[in-house]
Design a binder for this molecule. Structure first.
Ligand SMILES: C[S@@+](CC[C@H](N)C(=O)[O-])C[C@H]1O[C@@H](n2cnc3c(N)ncnc32)[C@H](O)[C@@H]1O
Length: 233
């Protein structure tokens, strides 16, 4: 059982991820083509015998696309509305090798042998920094030694001394070309926990990963390929 001081993940997971209408429109609002992610995981050694765990899976875009490329996929999300959506798609497409798990980064307790691949996109920023490290430790426990964690998220790489101007400029540009309301955009900074890349890299390493590759895009997004090496840092 989780300690009484453990974060309530649901309270931090974004209200819109629990609303049926918002979830039904999610893929249109946040389109995601998983092809290049599958290529990356295959380059990292993914084979038909492997299991992939996707944490914060949302509507299950990655699990549905990768199911043909591996043996088993576990799609995990703290939102029951998202999980129901994944279940519906699994049934619709007749996919046999995806399991859905209604759970969080912190509460997920992997069943079965450790897995060689964990994936997470646009979800870790829902946790405050202390809890990101706890989540990273849990991801490590889920992985085999040497296993790969592919992480993508909203991460800052601008100079902290320029934060206000940079964020204002980003908001001005974003407002022109997005389906997100101004309030949703402001809320990302006010209520969610995107952090700086230099902090996140340190968290990833302190949790027990080696960062094999890190890519920063336009000061607001980052992609990492991390390898679990236990606690040898
Ligand atoms: C922006 S969506 C991204 C969904 C999907 N990964 C994608 O990129 O299409 C964030 C997802 O993370 C989930 N989430 C938020 N906090 C979580 C937590 N602590 N544990 C697991 N899932 C979480 C939300 O319910 C939501 O489905």
């Amino acid at each position: 059982m989780a300690a009484r001081w453990t974060l309530n993940e649901k309270q931090h997971a974004g209200e819109e991820h629990f609303e049926t209408e918002a979830v039904a429109q999610f893929d249109e609002k946040m389109p995601f083509d998983p092809a290049s992610e599958i290529e990356i995981l295959e380059e990292m050694g993914l084979s038909k015998e492997d299991t992939v765990v996707d944490l914060g899976t949302g509507t299950g875009v990655l699990p549905i696309a990768i199911a043909d490329h591996c043996d088993r996929v576990v799609a995990v999300d703290i939102s029951e509305t998202m999980i129901k959506m994944v279940d519906k798609s699994i049934e619709k497409y007749g996919i046999q090798n995806i399991e859905t798990v209604h759970d969080g980064f912190l509460s997920y307790n992997h069943q079965g042998d450790p897995v060689p691949f964990v994936f997470s996109k646009d979800a870790l920023h829902h946790l405050p920094d202390f809890w990101k490290i706890e989540a990273l430790k849990n991801i490590g426990e889920t992985l085999t030694m040497g296993g790969i964690f592919r992480l993508r998220d909203f991460v800052f790489s601008f100079d902290p001394r320029d934060s206000h101007e940079t964020i204002e400029q980003w908001l001005d540009e974003k407002k022109e070309f997005t389906d997100f309301s101004d309030e949703e955009l402001y809320g990302h900074f006010r209520e969610e926990y995107s952090t700086y890349g230099f902090l996140l890299e340190s968290m990833i390493e302190q949790a027990g990963f080696e960062i094999l590759e890190s890519t920063y895009e336009q000061s607001f997004y980052a992609e990492y390929i991390c390898q679990w090496n236990g606690h040898s840092n």
